[in-house]
Every structure is written in C-alpha cells, then in structure tokens.
Design a protein around this ligand. Sequence first.
Ligand code: PLP
Length: 432
Amino acid sequence: QHALSTQDPDVYAAIQNEVDRQNDGLEMIASENFVSRAVLEAMGTPLTNKYAEGLPGKRYYGGCEHVDVVEDLARDRAKKLFGADWVNVQPHSGAQANAALYLKALEPGDKLLGLDLAHGGHLTHGSPVNFSGILYEAAFYGVEKDTGRIDMNKVRDKAHEVQPKMISIGASAYPRDFDYEAFRDIADEVDALLWMDMAHTAGLIAAEVMNDPMPYAHVVTTTTHKTLRGPRGGMMLVGNDIENPFGITARKSGRTKMLGEVLDSGVFPGTQGGPLMHVIAAKAVAFGEALQDDFTTYAQQIVDNAQALAEALIERDYNLVSGGTDNHLVLVDLRNKDLTGKQAEQALEAAGITTNKNMVPYDDKSPFVTSGIRLGTPALTTRGFGPDELRRVAALIDRVLADPSNEDVQQAVRSEVQALCDTFPLYDFATV
Ligand code: PLP
C-alpha cells in the first residue's frame, strides 16, 4: 500500500488516471517520452529535501557530500555523452537553461537572430511573448516555402543585415538536420556567438544519428526529457576546445574566466536558486542509460520509425513539410485535406492518439487553430514500436482524419489503439 493512496486519494487517483492514459494511448507528441523505472525512482527520493546552492565542492550549504557525488556523476556522464568540456546540469527546464545563457551572453536591447517560431523555432528564441523577445531585439530566419528547409545563403544575408550579437539554431518543429559548420562560418563573419538549442534532438545527437553541434556552437543548451529520455529538466554544455568568445568574460573581476565558469553563474545565482537534486540524480541515471550501446539502437529506431510514418502518410496523400524527415518528427500540412490542426488534434485524441496542432510555415491560421499537426516517434519507440507498427499507426491516423467527426470510426480506432498498447505494455504501477 502506498502512503499516497491512503493519505491523499484525490491526488493518487489523478496520478493513476494519468498513468492509465499514458499506458492506453498512442503518445505522439514529439517532445514527450517515457522514462525508465530507475529514472522515476531517482526522482521520487528524499534528495528533494536538500538545498545545494553552488556547485559540487563549492556549496553554500552544509551536508552536501552525497548530492555532490550525484551531481558529479551527472556532469561526468553528460560530458562523455556529448563530448563536452563543461556542463551545467542544474537548469530546471530548457527555458531556464536558455535564460541563463541570455543573461550572460547579451545585454538588454542586444540583437539576436533565430528561427521563426512559425517556421519551427521555439518561444525562447526571440518570440515577442517571451522574455527573449521582450528584453532583446529579435530578428528571424525561416524556411523556404517550396522546400520547407533553411536556405543558408538567406541566413547569411540576414545575419549581415541584422548584425546580431547571438545566432541561435534549434527548433521544436523542424524535421530536418542543421548544417552547423555553415552556421559557425556565418557567426564568425558577423562576430556573433553561436548557440545551439538541441532540446528536441539531444538523444539523436548523443547517439550520433544526427549531426553534432558540439564542435561548432559556442554554447549548447538542451532539455533532458525529450529524445534524451531523462527527467523533465534542462542542461547547458560547452564543447571541447571551444574558445571563450568575446563578450562572455568576467565583467567585474580582472581575471578572464572560462566560458563555462561564466555560464555557471548565469544559472546560479543568475536565474535560479537551489538545484533540484532529486531531478539531477534522475538526470545522472538517464545519462548512464544513454551511454549504453542499446541507446544508439533506440535512437536509430526513432528515426527509422519517423521515416516509416512519413512514407505511409505520403502514400495516403498527406503533405509533409519538407517532404519527409531526418529526425524524430513529421510536420503534416493539412491544408489539402480541408482540415485544421485543431480539428485533427481533437479527432485523434478521441481515438486515443495524442498529437498536437502546430503552425506550418506560412500558415494563415492562428496558433490556436493552425493548419498542421506535429507527430513524433520517441515515445512509441520506447514502447518497442518498429516501422511495421508505425505504418499501422499511419493507417489509423488516416482513418480518423478521413472522417473527423465520425465517432464510430473514432471508437473503432480506439479499440485498435488499445490492442497495440496491450501488445507493447508500458508501466505496471501508478507510483513508485
Ligand atoms: N527549446 C526548445 C527547442 C524546445 O523545444 C523546448 C520545449 O519544447 C524548450 C527549449 C523549453 O523547454 P522546457 O519546456 O523544459 O522549458
């Protein structure tokens, strides 16, 4: 008997229902995944009780000898996983990691250049509703209308026109890989800091199934909970042999600090207080998992599955932004199907398939309606789905979207979804 179920049945019931929802549906939100039981166990420990402001060996609180071990394990494993010289595992989330970088890299009013939110970028890359667009002057590059891909010549032209102090790479809804070397050349031409936010693809990069930003970007940030399959959180990294770029030096002390040292202070005391040591323990466990050989197999399977899904959708006359995928997601442009993203998301949800509506490049609908849906394979791949299952999922999606208000179809598909979930079971508990 869990303490939670007797002490607080209301919270327990809601958690149980959420675990059931995860077990019994097809999770296709590209930014989600399922962590292992070991990662869950690490999160649910008394490490949540500990204040540990500072860094291992340099804390502002006593009693940190054991959490120091945990944080060192997380840092060392992350360094090994990505080939990094320096890493900070304390950011509470991806947005927090980015905030710490902005604090140290830019002064309010400075210019930055990033991928347009409507073309797949992220809120923290300069959107006017986010601190990044409120405090700094953001300009954007986008994808081409006909190819759905970034044209590096246009990025170069834009960078020369804007003269940004920082250029960001990284996306939440871009199905292709990035040319980091070309981005670095452009950044060098205009004397900008190059920042890669690899939140979505960190697991694919760790497993070397996608291009590696570490040798080119001055700073890399990420979430730890997407393809990397760790607990919800963030992280910052600096690659081997990256020189401290101009502008990020110790402003007050006479000494020139290491880039990582400066970024550490962007996290604490710059933008956060005490780190979440239970989450850092879970990060260490997840990084340990990602260092195993079978993680490479997993990452390759994510991409193979996304490609099988893409091909099966194209066969059914769905338009995919950029015509396919290099990574874990496909972005479906529903305009030829006379459907909005909102309608598609709702119809699929009723059939037990969780997706999210998403703007497509050059969308004429609002972010609350949209013309597209984003579909990802990381979570289904964790369940053990392979290309055959993804082709079946594509057929189920098509059945629902071909007749989006037909509840009989939704119920019939829901049963097939349940059968698939039963074949690939997930969690057999509510709380650990
Ligand atoms: N950066 C990118 C590219 C993302 O896709 C996301 C999350 O979707 C974030 C940052 C923010 O991460 P978090 O939700 O952990 O703050």
